[in-house]
Design a binder for this molecule. Sequence first.
Ligand SMILES: C[S@@+](CC[C@H](N)C(=O)[O-])C[C@H]1O[C@@H](n2cnc3c(N)ncnc32)[C@H](O)[C@@H]1O
Length: 446
Amino acid sequence: MHLKLPLSLKGMTTLDRDQFKQTISVPYVNIPVECIQSSKWKNYLLCLPSLKNVRDLQPILKTHKQVLFDPDIIENKEDIIKKIPSITKYVEESFDFTPLAITYENYSIEQVIKAILPDDLGKDRPINTGSGYSLIGHIAHFNLKDAVLPYKHIIAQVVLDKLTHVKTVVNKLHEIDSVYRNFELEIIAGEPNTIVKCRESKAIFQFDFAKVYWNPRLSTERERIVNVLHHNDLVFDVFAGVGPFVVPASMLGCTVYANDINPESVKWMTINLKTNRTKKSSNEYHVFNLDGREFLRTIVFPRIESYQKNIANDNEKRWCLSDNKIIILMNLPDIALTFLDVLPEWLSENIEEKQQWILPIHIHCYTFSKADNPDEDIRLRLKTILPNINDNQISCRFVRQVAPKKDMMCVNIILFDKKKKETRNECDEEKEEKNPTKRFKQDSSE
Ligand SMILES: C[S@@+](CC[C@H](N)C(=O)[O-])C[C@H]1O[C@@H](n2cnc3c(N)ncnc32)[C@H](O)[C@@H]1O
């Protein structure tokens, strides 16, 4: 329901809960208990926080309940008969309006914030004022725009009042521009404790939100990646943060090599890997605190080489792992693509040997694009970094819009995909014979 709030609330900077009191006139029908089907009528019921829309009659009549409908939708008897014909009989018998006292408790956080902010801001969408928030464990996290800052304390108090599990409210002070991708925070209300515990992908993560990167808005994307992982896959995460990819990967039984340049992230990632071990997590995990390029050169590439050799030389392993893959994750969208410049040199070494590799390598590298055609933009940028990679080895996927005209994208690059090659060889042999350059390009890129 669209509750009209008193105009006197506009510009309030100290919370006066009494000023939210008002009495509204609400349509109701008394309905026998056995005929109440609130789930079927839910679109017409009066829905407000902390309000029962099906309640006892006064004085109590055990056979019936009073059902409250939304006065914005149900203005008169005819409305309700038209919308819920099955209760016509009871509407005829008892439809009426009752005065209902509404208090601060019956408003949502968004309604209170909208009512408090001056008109020019209150009409704006939360995303434009920053008055929308994210929840990370016991922390509610705002990114308030300057014009809203005079209201930060009252906004924080409303959140503490209404979300009982929230104990701390913080505001982001600057855009993320540090190497560690964390941001400076101001605690605007509640306990001065930024060490949080939160759940994602069936794992529990602990970290100091003030010192590491964590973005709950990426949870769907991370789960999407975790869903394509299998037991015994080999997973490398170049920019692993506190482990939102590698912890669930390890829980699934993948062997994990995780890296981050921020020692604080590495500390929490190690804790998270340890505390989330399951029966399936029989495989090893290794944690590094290196620059991404160094990690790729000194850890990822040598481990892939020895792993592939090992499988090639062991018939049993070759058979067991033939459906597995190697995954390299690179979530540092501002600059991750540039780290791929270490690939061409590595790919060009011992090319014949690499062409025999059994396991395909899937690189998932995140990037931003402001172009009208992000796919084209990313492929153009990749061409300069990986000139020998074929178009059909690359696919781009939209992840989320991070700002107007700025998309986060995931680039998937597949190397050494024997299965695809075999299918291709069978199906496209004829075409390739006619076009040998294409074949050379594919092979030389690997
Ligand atoms: C956008 S965060 C992603 C973290 C994690 N993968 C996630 O999804 O939450 C990027 C991470 O890269 C790390 N980082 C930044 N520059 C780096 C570099 N040159 N080498 C390795 N890690 C780096 C940051 O410390 C940060 O934890």
